[in-house]
Ligand binder design. Structure first.
Ligand code: SAH
Length: 220
């Protein structure tokens, strides 16, 4: 439980499903810091940055984004999870930077105040369909409960944002991930480990792709 939240003993709230789906704190902190760095390294930060955590669950990622970004829009369709996320964010002192929105992700374009404020980054950790993925050789992304391709298109077309991160099963079909970048497009795929445990992959699109090829090679 301390891998999920270092401050677990402060009174972290989780529903049963969240025990299996929350992003461990060290991984969430890394992703948030990396995103912030990518968005601020190429041009001087001149305005507040907003991140949309599209499937916030109990707040594993939301809290860590709140540590580095100016504003977080935390969305989930499940009221109980959203309440956990709000409570947990308070424990970490980030709730004042976060708007908690109970909404189906695919309805967000109707909330004009959300779209018009300008979203700098969309982070998506969509449901993986239980722990079954673990036993499969490969996860076909079109078979996840929410089709990854549809999510990608929705962000670009309706939310007008191309800086996207997908947090996906470690055995995801990488050709499908690359396909989303489109012809001539780029994606950076990162393997996220917790100690020796291969937890998940993060796929970065848009301005989040490492621009310096040498640094990229070094990282590999
Ligand atoms: N990153 C989260 C875990 C996400 S689990 C954390 O660290 O806690 C996936 C979440 O997607 C679940 O909380 C589920 O309620 C939510 N979800 C599923 N379908 C959704 C939809 N259509 N719109 C918004 N949220 C949805």
């Amino acid at each position: 439980r301390y891998q999920l939240f270092r401050r677990f003993d402060s009174g972290i709230l989780l529903d049963t499903e969240s025990w299996f789906s929350v992003t461990p704190e060290a991984v969430a902190a890394h992703v948030a810091a990396r995103c912030y760095h990518s968005l601020t390294s190429s041009h001087a930060k001149s305005r507040p940055l907003t991140v949309l955590d599209a499937f916030c669950g109990s707040g594993g990622n939301t809290i860590q984004f709140g540590q580095v970004f100016d504003h977080v829009l935390a969305v989930d369709i499940d009221f109980v999870k959203l309440q956990c996320a709000q409570f947990n964010s308070t424990l970490y002192g980030t709730s004042h930077k976060t708007s908690f929105i109970m909404q189906d992700f695919f309805q967000l374009h109707k909330m004009l105040d959300v779209v018009e404020r300008g979203i700098d980054l969309v982070f998506m950790s969509p449901p993986w369909g239980g722990v079954d993925y673990f036993h499969r050789r490969e996860t076909d992304l079109s078979e996840l409960p929410l089709d990854t391709f549809r999510l990608f298109l929705y962000c670009v077309q309706e939310l007008r944002c191309r800086n996207l991160v997908f947090f996906l099963p470690r055995n995801s079909n990488l050709e499908q991930v690359a396909y989303m970048a489109g012809v001539g497009g780029r994606v950076e795929i990162e393997q996220n480990f917790l100690g020796h445990k291969f937890v998940a992959i993060s796929a970065y699109f848009g301005e989040l792709v490492e621009k310096d090829e040498r640094k990229f090679a070094e990282k590999i």
